[in-house]
Design a protein around this ligand. Structure first.
Ligand code: FES
Length: 156
């Protein structure tokens, strides 16, 4: 998880703690709210809940297991856009817009139909061929907004 995603997640957890309070009984509504917003509750978000509510790993994990809250995204496609320095200088914001528009999803979130998780990634080691994106395990280099549109049109 990249720093900006961590910051956003941390702010969301703080907002929920403010809403539901710091009692142990707040764990469930906070986790449910996080799952509703992101489609799952990342390990980082769980750690934030532990830290801010001053509860243990076991406390959070029991709620996750009992209420079948997802701790990993259950999506068909994970689309990662490299935002490390070399790619970022070449990548156009239009690439982000193409993906966000196609799946009605904001960067870092999961589409409402649980099809796509769109996120940033660190360097994928192909800096000289940037901008770089990956869709599940396949990596695509020198992408343009048009090339991304074509790639997305092939996803069923
Ligand atoms: S900076 Fe994007 S692949 Fe290295």
């Amino acid at each position: 998880m990249l720093l900006e995603e961590k910051i956003r997640t941390s702010e969301e957890v703080k907002k929920l703690v403010k809403k539901y309070g710091t009692k142990q009984s707040s764990i469930l509504p906070i986790l449910k709210a996080l799952q509703k917003k992101y489609g799952y509750v990342s390990q980082f978000a769980q750690n934030e809940v532990m830290r801010l509510l001053n509860v243990s790993y076991v406390d959070v994990n029991n709620v996750i297991s009992f209420h079948k809250i997802l701790d990993k995204p259950q999506v068909k496609y994970t689309i990662r856009l490299c935002r490390s320095v070399n790619c970022r200088t070449r990548a156009k914001d239009e690439i982000i817009k193409v993906i966000e528009k196609k799946y009605k999803v904001k960067l870092g979130e999961i589409s409402k139909d649980n099809k796509v998780h769109f996120k940033f990634t660190g360097c994928l080691g192909l800096c000289h061929l940037g901008p770089v994106i990956s869709i599940n395990d396949r990596v695509y280099t020198q992408v343009t907004p048009k090339k991304v549109e074509k790639l997305l049109s092939m996803l069923k």
